[in-house]
Design a protein. Structure first.
Length: 217
């Protein structure tokens, strides 16, 4: 596979934040009398505000926004157990070494995403797209289209790296190449991704005359 740049999801792709995510959302669900299992099955890969609107249907937008701010504060300050996933640090460092453009494109808000990025001790991205910067979150393509634009690349020149069904769908909808990492088997469009992997550790990146070559060990 050839490309010119990379667009990485954060949670579940570069960073293992699952313990912190589940702590926050389980506590929220219990406080609202909502099934934690239903909440956890819905939230992954989506903006928090989208999930809150789903589970707080019928409540005012003002109430939902207040709930979002409380949840955001909890998620931005609880980074216990947040670590880089295997291969993430090495891959990003290699992209930097070879001067290959890359961005983080996450459904998280800037306070939450930056806290988890910092906790995982990952290299700084050239571009950091968060929920505040797009009108429509994943699975809509807006975030990945913006990420490609900020890198100065066409969507088809970029590789999206994603773990969540919503993110894989967003990458495909944007017209990007897609690498799925531990994505659910029932992800819509999973048969159309370029690579379906269980770890970033198998990726090899190298420059060629045609562009950046992405292959597997």
């Amino acid at each position: 596979m050839l490309c010119k740049g990379f667009l990485f999801d954060l949670d579940g792709t570069l960073v293992d934040s699952l313990p912190a995510v589940e702590r926050a959302w389980i506590n929220w669900a219990l406080s609202r009398g909502v099934s934690p299992q239903e909440v956890l099955a819905f939230i992954h890969g989506k903006q928090a505000i989208t999930s809150l609107r789903h589970f707080m249907a019928g409540e005012s937008e003002e109430t939902i926004q207040q709930e979002f701010l409380k949840l955001e504060q909890i998620e931005a300050t609880d980074t216990e157990g947040v670590t880089a996933l295997p291969g993430a640090h090495l891959l990003l460092s290699e992209l930097n070494r070879q001067n290959i453009p890359w961005a983080i494109v996450t459904s998280g808000s800037m306070p939450v995403a930056s806290a988890r990025h910092k906790a995982a001790l990952l290299p700084e991205p050239e571009v950091f797209i968060t929920a505040e910067q797009v009108k429509h979150g994943k699975p809509q393509p807006d975030a990945y289209l913006l990420g490609a634009e900020r890198l100065g690349l066409a969507p088809e020149e970029c590789v999206v790296v994603e773990d969540a069904a919503a993110g894989v769908m967003a990458g495909l909808a944007a017209g990007c190449k897609v690498i799925a990492v531990n994505a659910p088997d029932d992800t819509p469009g999973i048969e159309n991704v370029d690579f379906d992997l269980t770890t970033l550790e198998v990726l090899l990146i190298s420059h060629t005359d045609e562009g950046v070559k992405v292959s597997l060990r």
